[in-house]
Write a protein that binds this ligand. Structure first.
Ligand SMILES: C[S@@+](CC[C@H](N)C(=O)[O-])C[C@H]1O[C@@H](n2cnc3c(N)ncnc32)[C@H](O)[C@@H]1O
Length: 372
């Protein structure tokens, strides 16, 4: 794949594009269908022949078709059964028997080990005319994301799905998501940045590639046409703050455990204990606590610690960490030192991460013990 950070794309030739009769059967008339030419370079560069390329939002099967044309095995999940049927028919016309699991992660069971996740994500605020199957509360029942009632629920469901993708990927496997910042009425919704933040809490960020599409109005557009098309927003010539938004991003992430600054981690623990904070270290940092282990122990990427669950003492620990340059988050969402221990327990752990100007980082995953 070219080392250039942007790719100029051309619409698929008629032989590969979504056929008109299938497009006509879709509630969005296939407006959110991507291009095979958009996916193929990523399939080639990030997977090997014979491996399984997985698309958790497989829509019309564009990624699956690209995978198959590159000698890989395409596998997808799609929540909308009508879309899945369209994808199956499209792929059948190419002589490919589609492997599409109905539904959504994390409930859907994948029948094979995946090597790469490659997808165009569903857009928030899409004018969805199909059946909305949104879950009753954020993060519980992942539903049709096009029907998500608000951005918080949309992001919570996305996180649940990408968390399951992370579980399914092997170590070092890539997760590549195509997304754009989109206009919703008069408002710019920074979906690409939000998704990057969310993916950054699950994977290691590697790169982004900018995908450039022909100017709007081209006969066939990829997912980059979603925002204006779905809102009906016209691009005013006299507004210099508005563009035709004919690009999107391929966000490239990898399942990797980022390196921990071991000396910095030891120094931090000494400092916190000297200040009277009670941390009970467990997990992969334990063998590294005082000195490098003699035996082969995998280098830790964080410090797992159980800490005092008393609200005041918990708050004091978090306030100290903030003073020492740590950012606090719950499942990727920033929180401050006032977050309650029970809120943290409901999420499993609180992450405190300090990234220094020289690139070194220290991360703690803290579990407050039950106060009683
Ligand atoms: C941008 S489209 C994907 C189009 C696809 N890349 C293609 O070009 O053929 C996003 C798809 O995600 C599906 N979707 C939305 N929410 C979902 C969920 N929770 N799980 C699985 N699929 C979902 C939508 O029905 C839609 O088909």
């Amino acid at each position: 794949m070219t080392a250039r950070s942007w790719l100029a794309l051309a619409p698929d030739p008629p032989g590969l594009a979504l056929p008109d009769d299938l497009r006509d059967r879709d509630p969005l008339r296939g407006r959110d269908c991507g291009w095979v030419s958009q996916m193929r370079p990523f399939v080639r560069a990030f997977s090997r022949p014979g491996e399984v390329v997985f698309d958790p939002f497989c829509g019309f099967g564009t990624t699956l078709l690209a995978a198959s044309l590159e000698g890989r095995r395409g596998l997808g999940t799609e929540i909308d059964p009508d879309r899945a049927a369209l994808a199956r028919e499209r792929l059948r016309r190419h002589g490919v028997e589609a492997e599409i699991v109905p539904g959504s992660l994390p409930q859907a069971r994948l029948p094979a080990r995946i090597a790469l996740c490659l997808t165009s994500v569903p857009y928030f605020g899409c004018d969805w005319r199909g059946e909305a199957r949104a879950g009753p509360s954020p993060g519980q029942l992942p539903g049709q994301l096009y029907g998500a009632p608000d951005f918080a629920q949309y992001l919570a469901t996305m996180r649940t799905i990408f968390h399951a993708v992370r579980e399914a990927l092997p170590d070092d496997g890539y997760c590549i998501a195509m997304v754009e910042n989109a206009r919703l009425g008069d408002r710019m919704v920074a979906q690409a940045w939000e998704l990057a933040r969310l993916l950054g809490s699950l994977f290691e960020p590697c790169e982004e590639r900018v995908l450039l599409y022909p100017a709007r109005g081209a006969a066939s557009m990829g997912t980059a046409s979603m925002d204006a098309a779905s809102t009906g927003a016209a691009v005013a010539d006299d507004d210099p703050a508005r563009t035709d938004r004919s690009h999107e991003y391929a966000l490239v992430f990898r399942k990797r455990r980022p390196a921990l600054d071991i000396d910095g981690a030891r120094a931090l623990l000494r400092r916190l204990r000297a200040d009277g904070h009670d941390l009970q270290v467990y997990g992969s940092f334990l063998p590294w606590l005082d000195a490098d282990p003699a035996a082969d122990a995998p280098p830790p990427s964080d410090i797992d610690a159980r800490v005092d669950g008393d609200p005041e003492r918990f708050r004091a620990l978090l306030a100290t960490l903030v003073r020492l340059g740590f950012r606090l988050s719950l499942w990727g969402d920033p929180v401050n030192a006032d977050v309650r221990p029970e809120t943290v327990r409901a999420h499993g752990y609180l992450r405190a991460e300090r990234l220094q100007g020289d690139g070194r980082r220290v991360q703690l995953d803290l579990v407050p013990r039950d106060a009683g």
